[in-house]
Design a protein around this ligand. Sequence first.
Ligand SMILES: [Zn+2]
Ligand SMILES: [Zn+2]
Ligand SMILES: [Zn+2]
Ligand SMILES: [Zn+2]
Length: 545
Amino acid sequence: MYTVLPDSVQVRQSEVNGRGICTKLPVRAGSVIFVTKPYAAALSTPSLSSHCSSCFALSSTSLLRRCTKCRIAHYCDFTCQTQDWAIHKLECTSLQNWFKAAPSSDIAPPSDAVRCLSRVLWRIQKRGADTIQVKKVEISLPDRQSLKPSAYETHTYLSHSLVQYMGLSSPADMAQYSLSSAADLLDTVSRFVTNTFTVTDPTLVPLGAAVSPVVALINHSCDPNAVVVFPRVSPDPKSQEPLMHVVAIRDIYPEEELCSCSILTAYIDATLPTNLRQQSLNEIYNFKCMCHLCTMVEVDPRTCLNCPKNCGGLCPLPSDDHPLVRCAKCNTVVHLVDAALDARRVGQEGLDKASSLQTKDPERSLRLTTNLIPILTSAGFPPSSHPLLGLTRLHQQLLTASFPNPLTQEHLDETIRTATKNVTGLVALLREGHPVLALALTELGKLLAVDEPSPRLADAQNPKVSPKEATPASLATYPPSGLPRLQLAYQTLLRARKMLLVGFGVVNEGGQVGKEVREMIVALEKEIGVFKQGVRNVLEDTRKA
Ligand SMILES: [Zn+2]
Ligand SMILES: [Zn+2]
Ligand SMILES: [Zn+2]
Ligand SMILES: [Zn+2]
């Protein structure tokens, strides 16, 4: 039944996890377990004019062909447009009607969720509701009755938008899509929501929504052994992209008894603390995760404070069972816990606010992150803790987006320090080879390799200090300048490449980013060589003089 699955894996029913995908053969970290094309996919509204609606490739708007009828869909070329036409033909009419019925001319098209769901329905209509693909969607359904009230509301809203967009005003209209009633539509919407994935570009930037019933068969763990990525490595860009690659990020062995052969991906952001992960899983997927992270008794680096004596240990935040906060390593009691909890609350509110302002008012967003990060740091939170990690990540994005022209040393160095804190936080939470960690390292390495606007001469003249031998005094002047900086960039990118090969697949050469990083490493090798030769020449000249 699951035709796209290779022979090495099977769909299995286990008592612990329910239905899931298991491997029959040992899988190495970095192996692509399987590749599949989504059943349907739609670009998010902001990506509609910068990406191809068929293969999701990025292009400049002037190079893309715009659909002359709806003026919404864009394509790389005639081939992509032709490939998408069977479905877009129907979509195009709906889009035109949507704009005709709009109260004002500047109304946005429906959301990617609505457009993706409508594409599912048009495919069902074209193929007939009893095809294998549709059955696959149906079998992974949580039924409507068991939905949380909050989810019910979202799904009802989505159904309404869909009715309006597709013009499903009568039972006869619905019948075209094998829907018997409004309740039936709501069921379809619910199934859709739990089978939806975010399509990302090769740097994990969200591009839109996709539905894949096969990939949705994979069970969840907050500490996954596999990831779903879109590395875009097809030799022919107009082939089947966007393609979903399920990649193992650690070795998986077939062991019948324990069902440790299960392939597991994280449905939600695994860097969030347990209560927030559980909340999302409960609201969207309606289950309680029992993975080892959700049930662990050790200190969670997501919810803890640094040891007040700086012993290197972590102190779990207070709970009803353990109101007293102590260092897990040296047992020192932490005072001022209330102040830390207040700072955490302020940080959480600030993160929500700053995230909502990121595109609308980036300057205000940046002021918020700039003010909040020191508050949480001085309250004793480590870089891996929530919401400090989220604030750091956002701060880095905002700093990168606001590079002044010409770039200043101060702005660049602040961005590098922020990127370093982000990597430090992620290293404590994610496995070696997780694509999120791999990309954070890549960004740090790239920042370190940026030409310094005004390098510190002292560092440049003293090229012997390597990052490994860095003394506390030189850490105060982090990031280093001159040759040590280039060497640090080089080491960081080497480590990033190793992880990209795992996170985006060895056969994919680490995806588009992996290939790009390999070229950067080669260029840096040359640059470091030239730099060393330059210093040697200067020394020779001084000696001669
Ligand atoms: Zn295309
Ligand atoms: Zn069109
Ligand atoms: Zn979990
Ligand atoms: Zn301690």
